[in-house]
Design a protein around this ligand. Structure first.
Ligand code: PLP
Length: 477
């Protein structure tokens, strides 16, 4: 953006050029925070919208980046801020076989002394554990008969179902109460939906790269994965889904439209609407995982696909594992027209979920504490992700591409082609700095030069050092 500063320029162009020149001369250094919009507006006697226009221009030119709720920052060295690229995926659906390798990675991560870069696990100090503990004590005292009423067929405690419906008002709801089932986690909800709408040997369209546990579910149910390429910002390619589903029968589409794992992408509303219409027209059942919807970084909570569903073809799954505690094992599904079939699977697989935990979460939601907690949690996650991106930019090769997630707390890195992250993993785990190798996010072994990092923990000097050591392993093969 070599725009000369001259009188013929519009006001926002002048400001953009002035700031660009400060960046070029190093007065504003990589990683520096720019003055706030309000301050620039007042100091330069400009309107806030003119300042925002100038900053957007610098953002488009790759000189600064916006960090929601935090402001604009001078980008670290340019190429490292490039986002991962869309990949070509195999045209054929294929069986999945990642479980054994994945188990090894997840087990190794639990050994003492390992840096917490593997599982997408929030740091316990960010979670309201003390408040939940108090609620457990209160609930058993005030509802002493809860443990007497276990029924295999209950859809869930009414108080919790009502809270779920109330929450859905913020994103295109209300969810119909009669569609809802409480589950033991999001993983259980996804598994029940898959069982309800597929037979072994069926094809399921998944994101590429996909969250490894989804691939594991397909593996355990004898289903084939049809990998659909995903854009790092806007998720699954509808053109590819359209083409693939013309070529062969696709029983279901399993995806994370809001803040995907590992890319962190969020589908724009128009794309969501189009996906819902396409799948309904092709007879493809949709299983949507919205576990990260509440953990967005933007101003408003993104809507799930379910908000655009007029035929009951979308099954919406979620849980409180990433926002309250993974140990609760409490999730839910709004199963649309598959409600009966999903409910049958729930009865067969586990029966009703623990009523005490349901009442604890219902009371927590009812108290209003959840919204306050989410606001603070989102800020923490966003700060941690930004700090990890900066650390990667400092310590990894210059060609590294880094995802820019729309929420939650994982980063996806694309390293230079020559780096094989499965081989790198073996060295990294010996050094105590393990990660999840890219191949585990694909049924066909794509992403050999990629890896995922967990940013669920505050960015301490120990974490900075772990990233530095990992970067050193890459730069010194
Ligand atoms: C996209 C996604 N879905 C589901 C889960 C698991 O959720 P739960 O603990 O509720 O089974 C995770 C955890 O990493 C996830 O990333």
């Amino acid at each position: 953006m070599a725009t000369p500063i001259g009188p013929e320029l519009l006001r926002y162009e002048r400001l953009a050029a002035e700031l660009a020149s400060l960046i070029e001369r190093g007065v504003l250094a990589p990683g520096d925070r720019l003055p706030s919009v309000r301050r620039l507006a007042s100091e330069k006697r400009l309107s806030m919208s003119t300042v925002v226009q100038a900053l957007r221009r610098l953002e488009d030119a790759g000189k600064v980046e916006a960090r929601p709720q935090s402001g604009y920052y001078v980008r670290l060295r340019g190429p490292q801020r490039a986002v991962p690229q869309l990949r070509n995926t195999p045209e054929e659906a294929m069986p999945v076989a990642i479980s054994q390798r994945l188990e090894r990675v997840l087990q190794a991560a639990r050994q003492p002394g390992m840096a917490p870069l593997v599982a997408a696990w929030p740091a316990p100090e960010l979670l309201p554990i003390a408040a939940l503990n108090r609620l457990y004590a209160k609930v058993v005292r005030t509802h002493p008969t809860l443990l007497q009423s276990g029924s295999h067929h209950s859809p869930g405690e009414t108080a919790l179902l009502h809270q779920l419906v109330r929450r859905s008002l913020a994103w295109g709801g209300p969810l119909p109460t009669e569609e809802l089932l409480v589950t033991n986690s999001c993983t259980e909800a996804l598994g029940l939906c898959l069982r309800a709408v597929t037979q072994p040997g069926d094809t399921v369209a998944v994101e590429s790269p996909a969250y490894y546990l989804m691939l594991q579910l397909l593996e355990s149910l004898g289903l084939k994965a049809l990998e659909i390429p995903c854009d790092a910002r806007h998720g699954m390619s509808l053109e590819a889904l359209d083409l693939a589903s013309r070529q062969g029968k696709v029983a279901a589409c399993l995806l994370v439209p809001n803040v995907s794992n590992p890319l962190g992408s969020t589908m724009p509303d128009e794309k969501k609407r189009a996906l819902v219409a396409l799948t309904a027209a092709r007879g493809i059942a949709v299983i949507e995982d919205d576990i990260y919807g509440d953990l967005h970084f933007g101003d408003t909570r993104p809507w799930p696909l379910k908000a655009f569903d007029t035929t009951g073809n979308v099954m919406l799954c979620g849980s409180f594992s990433k926002s309250l505690s993974p140990a609760l094992r409490l999730g839910f599904v709004a199963a649309g027209r598959y409600r009966q079939a999903v409910s049958l699977q729930k009865t067969i697989c586990s029966g009703a979920s623990n009523p005490v935990t349901q009442m604890v979460v219902a009371e927590y939601l009812d108290s209003g504490a959840y919204e306050r907690h989410l606001r603070s949690l989102r800020r923490h996650y966003e700060t941690q992700v930004a700090a990890m991106r900066d650390a990667v930019a400092r310590h990894f090769p210059a060609e590294t591409r880094i995802s820019q997630p729309h929420g939650a707390f994982v980063l996806w890195l694309e390293l230079p082609e020559a780096v094989n992250t499965s081989a790198l993993y073996e060295r990294a785990v010996r050094e105590g700095v393990p990660f999840v190798p890219g191949e585990l996010f694909s049924a066909s072994g794509l992403y050999r030069n990629c890896l995922r990092l967990n940013c669920g923990n505050p960015h301490t000097p120990e974490i900075e050092d772990a990233v530095r050591r990992l970067g050193h392993l890459i730069t010194h093969p």
